[in-house]
Design a protein around this ligand. Structure first.
Ligand SMILES: Cc1cc2nc3c(=O)[nH]c(=O)nc-3n(C[C@H](O)[C@H](O)[C@H](O)COP(=O)(O)O)c2cc1C
Length: 409
């Protein structure tokens, strides 16, 4: 089988050196990579490095090997184009269709999925011009990975850092896998232009400064959902509680601890969201009183009584008061017995569009890499998802969300 053809566009940012690691991962995993740097990129990493690492010729402009019409052929032949790092300048050029070098020509001729991994100073990233360019590219179907937060060039820190090359590679691999499965049909990032919110993990309800009421949710299913949506082109906000998992590339992560914090973060994020998937295990109850000091053992040998109060039902609230008309609301139900009967009843009670019902127990689902579930829909449809990786369940959830999304405005 021919190797998938990947174009690695590199524009002139300080993070260009990190693209060498991305290139190595792509070539070592069996991709035929053509590196197309900009002139500015060559100030950071030279042509010899790109050529030697990729095993392919490298040029920045359209005037070399003209008989092969590289300004058209490279883009036409590509299975994936990934631009990492993508400078503010490159995003602007791509958004406006400029074609003054080989990379920008390639971006106009590519009909495959296109991924941009921007990297720049926070001010450049937050500038309305850049944000509008990003929105334009996403609306057109490109996957623009959210930059990471962290150390930037010099002493500055903030949002704008190139995500870890391993994370960018994961996004590329997911997109290529989906694209090759869908080849012949309508391939491409089918959630492009959408904003989705996912919650993950388990909330912790503090009892005193050292104790909390918690649950066993690992957050892996929510992270699989967030990564899958990002790979399908969505802008993703992940509200995570106590997972300890590293932030995935291309996803805006909000870290929370308690059910009330999770509610606040989710309600804020859904204001402009097309869909929300509540995969987090939110505590139903919290201690009525938080003891400012550590609760001491009683001298008489007795134990303290902890009074609990109900937490708000976030899923029911999201379903009842949709932030946007037609917003798709998906819940998860972890049941220990009478799984389907309880699931159907819960779907009715909560009023959501889809409910992913799975059986949980000490060794089932929580913390494991696999899951088995039935997705119940408000129209009565039931989709069983056989035992398999949490990534597979994530894809099924988005497959079911997709036809329920309101028509794009
Ligand atoms: C040391 C240095 C570091 C730079 N880093 C970045 C960066 O990280 N992101 C960015 O958008 N621009 C950065 N720039 C500015 C770009 O190199 C400049 O906008 C250039 O025109 C981009 O060209 P290109 O998009 O064709 O590669 C940097 C410039 C210098 C001199």
């Amino acid at each position: 089988m021919a190797k998938p053809k990947v174009v690695l566009g590199v524009s002139g940012g300080i993070a260009a050196y990190k693209a060498c690691e991305l290139l190595r991962r792509l070539t070592e995993s069996g991709h035929d990579v053509r590196v197309v740097p900009t002139d500015s990129a060559l100030h950071f990493v030279g042509e010899a490095t790109w050529s030697a690492l990729s095993g392919n010729p490298v040029s920045t402009e359209v005037w070399e090997s003209v008989h092969e019409v590289p300004h058209v052929r490279i883009g036409q032949a590509a299975d994936l184009v990934v631009v990492a790092p993508a400078t503010a300048d490159m995003l602007a050029k791509a958004a406006h269709g400029l074609a003054d070098d080989l990379l920008t020509n390639t971006l106009l001729t590519a009909r495959c999925p296109v991924v941009f991994a921007p990297a720049m100073h926070t001010e450049m990233w937050e500038h309305p011009a850049t944000q509008e360019n990003v929105a334009t590219l996403r609306r057109r179907g490109a996957v623009v990975i959210e930059p990471a937060v962290g150390r930037l060039t010099g002493v500055d820190t903030g949002k704008g850092r190139l995500p870890d090359p391993a994370e960018i590679f994961d996004v590329c691999r997911n997109i290529l896998n989906r694209h090759s499965l869908a080849r012949g049909a309508a391939a491409g990032p089918d959630l492009a232009g959408r904003h989705v919110v996912v919650s993950a993990g388990g909330t912790r309800e503090p009892l005193d400064p050292v104790r909390y009421l918690g649950n066993r949710s690992s957050g892996k299913q929510g992270y699989a959902l967030a990564k899958a949506a990002a790979a399908r082109g969505a802008r993703v906000t992940l509200v995570e509680a106590n997972t300890g998992i590293a932030d995935p590339a291309g996803v805006d992560v909000v870290h929370v601890g308690t059910a009330l914090q999770l509610r606040e973060a989710v309600l804020k994020a859904v204001a402009d969201a097309d869909a929300v998937v509540m995969a987090a295990a939110v505590a139903d109850f919290r201690p009525a009183v938080y003891a400012a000091g550590k609760i001491k053992k009683k001298d008489d040998g007795g134990a303290p009584t902890v009074e609990l109060v109900r937490n708000p039902d976030i899923l029911a609230e999201l379903a009842a008061e949709r932030a946007l008309p037609g917003q798709v609301v998906v819940g998860f139900a972890a049941e220990t017995d009478d799984v389907l009967v309880n699931g159907r009843e819960k779907l009715r009670r909560k009023g959501c569009d889809l409910l992913v019902v799975n059986e949980v127990g000490e060794r089932k689902t929580f913390g494991s890499e696999e899951n088995e579930a039935v997705v119940l829909a408000s129209d009565g449809a039931e989709t069983p998802v056989p035992y398999g990786p949490k990534e597979a369940l994530a894809e099924t959830v988005w497959d079911l969300v997709l036809p329920r999304l309101r028509s794009a405005t």
